[in-house]
Design a protein around this ligand. Structure first.
Ligand code: GLY
Length: 419
């Protein structure tokens, strides 16, 4: 390969400004039309039981709801939802097959709160144990602590009976290797000059769109060389260019009014070893107060920690806000932390899942989605399982970090992941 991420970043900042992305939009003008409105049908006629979770929990929610209806515990129901993606090697945002840290090691985070007993448990930076959602619950049930991290959390998990296993699937390893090589203009990763395909770096004279096309095609070719399946190559390139944060949160309410919440993740792809985002932080990635409600988050962990998102939302509901107003207020705090500077806010996103004790709920997000036609969705079950579109605070679509020039249309058309 003959290109570097640093070149991309340098050239694309100029591209983004030229495209008008860099304007400091005034926040009120950027507000999405429905960001100030409630959803009467959701908030005025609530039902119970209710499960609300991130979109990737959809396939597991029907069974968890049936368990809840039969009298099952609310935290166990939540775990039955999030355990699905944790066990799925093809969900590379959670558990087995999660994208690894910069050293190629999968590190998982989770936290939970059990409303009826007002307890909490959490684990951060756990290696070699797939179901960290259950390890967090075990910390809650079997220790006098709330949070264990790293080697101590792994040892504890093994002590209480969780098996050690290799969490790095072949596909996630290859995506990590592709990322490693892509970022490798200063070290010895990627094939060297002896490789028959090596050629010196191209001069930066081509138009941006051409450079972009060349670079994606080279990355895709390298993905093919590494043996990544053809139908997943563009998705792999996307993950390399824009390391994702994926996660799942689930909040649960039963017909007695008992509530629990749980969040689990492999965190930001290619993170520094030891990095914990919001997901293991009680009050950021998840918060449940049996008297009020439950909330959780997926998205930019560092931003959510700074506004203690889930706790802020539950406190807002305590003071009378509806689920949607409570979530919007937390999103506005993220906007406030950047003084409404859209040049920065463009590169982050956040979705909150909010459930009040009476069954009213909301899904809210900072931006409308990643692109037109790809809105942020969440899963809800209140007797009917469905997918709903989250209500955005801001008009428009987030751009992923780091900044890049626009992707040529012909490269987008074949892949959901490059849209
Ligand atoms: N929200 C997941 C993370 O940032 O790790």
């Amino acid at each position: 390969m003959t290109f570097s991420r640093r070149d991309f970043v340098k050239s694309s900042v100029l591209g983004a400004v030229a495209a008008g992305v860099g304007a400091h939009a005034a926040l009120p003008e950027a507000l999405a039309e429905n960001s100030q409105q409630g959803h009467a049908s959701k908030e005025d006629s609530p039902k119970r039981p209710v499960i609300i979770c991130a979109h990737n929990g959809y396939a597991y929610t029907e069974a968890a709801y049936a368990f809840l209806k039969s009298g099952g515990d609310t935290l166990e129901a939540g775990i039955r939802v999030v355990k699905g993606p944790e066990d799925d090697p093809n969900d590379d945002s959670v558990g087995l097959g999660g994208l690894p840290n910069e050293e190629g090691v999968v590190e998982l985070d989770s936290c939970c709160m059990h409303g009826p007993t007002r307890r909490a448990g959490s684990v951060g930076g756990v290696r070699n144990i797939k179901n960290v959602s259950m390890v967090g619950r075990a910390v809650m049930e079997h220790t006098g602590h709330v949070m264990l991290v790293g080697e101590g959390a792994e040892k504890f998990a093994v002590a209480v009976g969780f098996p050690r296993e290799n969490l790095l699937t072949d596909r996630s390893r290859k995506i990590w290797l592709l990322w490693k090589e892509f970022n490798s203009d200063r070290d010895w990763w990627e094939p060297g000059m002896a490789d028959p395909h090596w050629h010196p770096p191209a001069p930066d004279s081509k138009p941006q769109a051409d450079l972009w096309r060349d670079r994606i095609q080279q990355l895709q070719q390298r993905a093919a060389d590494l043996g990544i399946e053809p139908e997943f190559q563009l998705a792999a390139v996307h993950r390399v260019l824009f390391p994702p944060t994926g996660t799942i949160h689930c909040s649960v309410l039963n017909d007695k009014g008992e509530m629990s919440g749980i969040t689990t993740t492999s965190g930001l792809a290619f993170k520094l070893p030891g990095r914990c985002g919001d997901s293991p932080i009680i009050g950021a990635g998840c918060y449940t107060d049996q008297d009020i409600g439950s909330a959780g988050a997926t998205g930019a962990g560092e931003e959510n920690i700074k506004v203690a998102g889930a706790h802020t939302i539950v406190e807002n509901m305590r003071h009378g806000m509806s689920p949607q107003e409570a979530g919007m207020d937390a999103l506005k705090r993220i906007v406030r932390n950047y003084n409404g500077d859209m040049t920065k806010l463009r590169y982050m996103d956040m979705t909150y899942y909010v459930l009040r004790k009476d069954g009213a709920y909301a899904g809210v997000c900072l931006w409308e989605g990643y692109s037109p036609g790809n809105p942020h969705k969440f899963t809800v079950h209140d007797g009917t399982l469905r997918s709903e579109v989250a209500t955005p605070l801001l008009k428009g679509y987030s751009q992923e970090w780091p900044p890049f020039p626009p992707i040529p249309e012909e490269l987008k058309k074949d892949s959901y992941y490059l849209k």
